[in-house]
Design a protein around this ligand. Structure first.
Ligand code: GAR
Length: 197
């Protein structure tokens, strides 16, 4: 049976678009919802243009009440009945209760070679550490931030003169390759980590 994929975004949604574009033809999944915590997230219009239902739940209206924000988000998700939930540039921390609802079915892409640099400012931190390579990771989401089982990684070189911006621009196209490849694998029942370079 076709598997149903919901995607959470906060911004432009380039990874979300890469996922949407991959789910065609013989792919075992189809997108059922793109939701954002910011009504101004650029990715919402891109998803709508691609014909995917969209929803916005503005976290600011909940004034720090994470549980209430998540309850509102869950109304949309429950209606969409996703088998998989993909975080794609979703910049809100989720409570353990929310994560438990999607245990084993929630994926995230993070712009570092985890376990290095969980959290923010990953590229600046890789440069400050003098790393010779950088990259991105797709992992299962657990209650611990950016720490769930790794499902795939892609590496790029750090080049002389790199800034956080140039490094991010080198990593992003790898994100767009890695995330769809991992999503397809897990939909096919394969959780063996995939390594690209
Ligand atoms: C991507 O680089 C993604 O890895 C990162 O945000 C960017 C979103 O870009 N995610 C995180 O930092 C999560 N902690 P996009 O909206 O164009 O996909």
């Amino acid at each position: 049976m076709t598997q149903r994929v919901a995607i959470l975004i906060s911004g432009g949604g380039s990874n979300m678009l890469a996922l949407l574009r991959s789910m065609t033809g013989a792919h075992p999944a189809r997108p059922v919802l793109v939701a954002a915590n910011d009504p101004a997230a650029g990715g919402l219009a891109r998803a709508a243009q691609a014909g995917v239902p969209v929803a916005a739940v503005d976290h600011r209206t909940f004034r720090g009440d994470r549980a209430a924000f998540e309850a509102a988000l869950l109304e949309h998700l429950d209606a969409a009945r996703p088998d998989w939930l993909c975080l794609a540039g979703f910049m809100r921390i989720l409570t353990p209760g929310f994560v438990a609802r999607f245990a084993g079915r929630m994926l995230n892409i993070h712009p570092s070679l985890l376990p290095k640099y969980p959290g923010l400012h990953t590229h600046a931190r890789a440069l400050a550490a003098g790393d010779r390579e950088a990259g991105c990771t797709v992992h299962e989401v657990t209650a611990d931030l950016d720490a769930g089982p790794i499902l795939g990684q892609a590496r790029v070189p750090v080049l002389p003169g790199d800034t956080a911006a140039t490094l991010a621009a080198r990593v992003l196209p790898m994100e767009h390759r890695l995330y769809p490849a991992v999503l397809r694998r897990v939909c096919e029942g394969n959780r063996t980590p995939l390594f690209l370079d």
